[in-house]
Each structure stands twice: as structure tokens, then as C-alpha cells.
Design a protein. Structure first.
Length: 339
């Protein structure tokens, strides 16, 4: 059912009170076929939303909004490897519910991606990642609806062109497809990744010597809860900016001015620098201007303490971006989708 003038307040984790002039919630991909013939969706220009956990509305969307809520989880064994389990999820499945479900069933590989807000359909869009794992590591394929032709298309791993917080759906094919379902390759054999940050230290604190995937998941949940604001309590969309990559020469220049600057080599000649560190060094942590602020425990996360407008949060982001540029000659790029 198409709704007019739908408030998006409860559909975005920044809790911005934007309004969609036309809005529809889709629970079956076949509804997308008929939607193509309904005004104003019949111009094939839609804003497709999942959980609204990576979006900042600085204005009302100027196109109709499709909220994807396609449910369902199904499981198959892999034809090529008997330890592998192919799990296919509707795009509307809640990501963390999937992680919990997979662990309860003994299908491993998602534990480091615990407690990421949002829905399954958005995971490949931006190649979600945390604690040393990205979606690309477990992704098999997906089915997407081509808005212009009304047909379904299967995308292989290669077709998606995954990068750091990026995919073909965020770049060349932006706005052209609705992701309907995603298939991931999980395993009945744990293969734990414990190298990132303080995972090992946190496990040791709990005297866990031989962690299970559930231990890793619980530990990551605890780390996230200690640093990142719960969107149900304080509006936010996780990291606001991407961690920038700079040339090694640039990094060396910065290192002589800021000897403690962290950075790690990604590709030859390129060093990734934590944006949170850069922002934190400039004293932004806990900054607040009205209801727009910088999270007190993680400088990379901008927050809405109550009734900030998207415009106010964006203005704060611009100030942070400007000061980071002035200080380090690094232009931060938003990770969040800005409307
Ligand atoms: N740091 C500071 N001060 C801060 C924040 C970070 O000094 O206020 C330093 C930390 O001490 C650490 C480094 O920066 O040395 C990295 O911090 P952290 O491990 O918290 O991760 P991040 O680089 O800020 C990235 C992802 C997160 C993901 C974490 C964990 C991006 C843009 N963000 O954040 O993803 O959860 O790593 O893997 O890559 C998201 O995408 O929304 C998100 C939360």
C-alpha cells in the first residue's frame, strides 16, 4: 500500500524527521513488478531503503521511497565443499538476527560482524565490515531487481566489485537495482579471526583460552557496546566518515609532526589512517552543538542527541571535515549516504 507524506523518523537510525511524499513497504519481490506501474513509482527513480542505518536526510527525499522488508532464511549444502553451508536471506532480514541464528545453528563466519545495525540487503551495498572481516569474505551471490526492466538478475561475487565500504551498487549501478536476497557461504568448521584491535585482550580478560565463535561474537558485541552508541537510544549511523588512505610520503610527513599517528599499509605505497584518531586529536570527542554532536567514546561517530535536523548534523560533519583537512591535508569522505 502506497502511503503519502510518510514520516521517516522511525525509519532512519539518525532519527531525522524527514518526510517521504510517497512511501511503500515491500515484503515480496513480486510487489516491485506492480510498483513499476504505480504513480509516482512509474518513473523508475526510487530511494531504496533497508534499515536506514547508513543514511542522513538533510532534506526530504525528492523521489518515492521503497522500504525493503522481504523476509526469509533458507539453507543449502554446498555442492563443492561439504563443510560449507549456503545461507540465503531475504533482503529484509535483520543483520544481527541472522548472525545470532547462524551461530545457534553452528554455521560460522559471521561472528566478527555481530551487532552491525541494518538489514541483509544493505550489507553488500556497502560491503559492511568490522573487526577484520568484510561481507566480501563470506559473500557468494545475490539476486537483485532491475528497476528499469522489471527483471531479476543474479550477481556473482565478481559482479559486485566489492571494495572498502563499496560495491557496484554504490558506484556504477547506484539507484538501478533493489537487492532482493543475498547468499552467503558459511562453514560448519570455525575459522576464527582474532587479530583486530583488542579482541584477543578482551577474550583473555574473560579467561577464555580456546574461544568458540559464540565467545568471539559475545566479545565483539561487548566491544561495540562499549564504544558505539545504541541507535535506539542516541541517533547515529555508525562511522560517519571512511578511514582515508594516503600516500606513504604524506604519512611520513604527518608522522614527523604527529609521532603517534596510527596507520597501516593496505596496498604498496598506501597507508590507511583511522579517521577517528584524526578527529579525536583535534578535540572533537563529546563536542555538542544543540542536539548535533560527536560521540563521547568514538570520534568517528556523529550523533543526534534528540531533535537535531539532518542539516545540523551535516553542518557539524563539514566543520570536522574542514578542520581535519586544515590540520592533516586529508579530505575525509563520508561513509554515510547523504540525501
Ligand atoms: N581512535 C581514536 N579515537 C577515537 C576513535 C578511534 O584514537 O575516537 C583510534 C583507535 O584507538 C584505534 C583506531 O582509531 O586505534 C581505530 O578505531 P576503531 O577500532 O574503533 O575502528 P574505526 O577505524 O574507527 C572501523 C569501522 C567500523 C568498525 C570498526 C571495527 C570504518 C569507517 N569504520 O572503525 O565500522 O566497527 O572499524 O572494525 O571503517 C561503520 O562502518 O559504521 C562502523 C562502525
Amino acid at each position: 500500500m502506497i502511503r503519502q507524506n510518510q514520516s521517516l523518523l522511525n525509519y532512519n537510525t539518525f532519527h531525522i524527521d524527514a518526510v517521504a511524499s510517497s512511501f511503500v513497504e515491500v515484503t515480496d519481490y513480486r510487489d516491485l513488478i506492480s510498483l513499476r506501474n504505480s504513480e509516482p513509482f512509474d518513473n523508475y527513480s526510487w530511494l531504496v531503503m533497508g534499515g536506514g542505518s547508513n543514511i542522513l536526510f538533510t532534506q526530504n527525499p525528492d523521489v518515492p521511497v521503497v522500504k525493503v522488508a522481504i523476509p526469509g532464511i533458507s539453507v543449502a549444502t554446498s555442492p563443492s565443499n561439504s563443510d560449507d553451508i549456503m545461507v540465503t536471506d531475504g533482503a529484509g532480514v535483520n543483520w544481527h538476527d541472522l548472525v545470532v541464528w547462524s551461530l545457534a545453528n553452528g554455521y560460522f563466519g559471521l561472528e566478527n560482524l555481530s551487532l552491525i545495525p541494518g538489514l541483509v540487503g544493505a550489507a553488500p551495498m556497502q560491503n559492511i565490515g568490522a573487526y577484520g572481516i568484510e561481507l566480501t569474505d563470506v559473500f557468494d551471490s545475490l539476486i537483485a531487481f532491475d528497476i528499469a526492466s522489471g527483471e531479476l538478475k543474479t550477481f556473482s561475487h565478481d559482479d559486485c566489485n566489492f571494495g572498502y565500504r563499496s560495491s557496484v551498487f554504490k558506484t556504477e549501478l547506484k539507484g538501478r537495482y533493489v537487492i532482493v536476497s543475498v547468499t552467503m557461504r558459511l562453514s560448519t568448521k570455525p575459522n576464527l579471526k582474532l587479530e583486530y584491535g583488542d579482541i584477543r585482550a578482551k577474550l583473555a580478560e574473560q579467561n577464555i583460552e580456546n574461544p568458540t565463535p559464540l565467545d568471539v561474537s559475545n566479545t565483539i558485541v561487548a566491544i561495540r557496546q562499549s564504544k558505539l552508541p545504541d541507535p535506539a537510544v542516541i541517533g547515529n549511523a555508525g562511522s560517519f566518515f571512511k578511514n582515508p588512505e594516503i600516500g606513504t610520503d604524506h604519512f611520513e610527513t604527518l608522522k614527523s609532526a604527529y609521532p603517534t599517528i596510527p596507520g597501516y599499509l593496505t596496498t604498496p605505497g598506501k597507508i590507511k589512517v583511522p579517521a577517528g584518531w584524526l578527529i579525536d586529536q583535534l578535540g572533537w570527542k563529546g563536542f555538542r552543538d544543540g542536539d548535533a554532536g560527536v560521540h563521547a567514546k568514538q570520534a568517528l561517530v556523529l550523533v543526534n542527541h534528540g531533535s537535531a535536523t539532518g542539516h545540523q548534523i551535516y553542518a557539524l560533519a563539514k566543520k570536522v571535515q574542514h578542520q581535519v583537512y586544515q590540520s592533516y591535508q586529508i579530505m575525509l569522505e563520508p561513509e554515510v549516504n547523504i540525501i
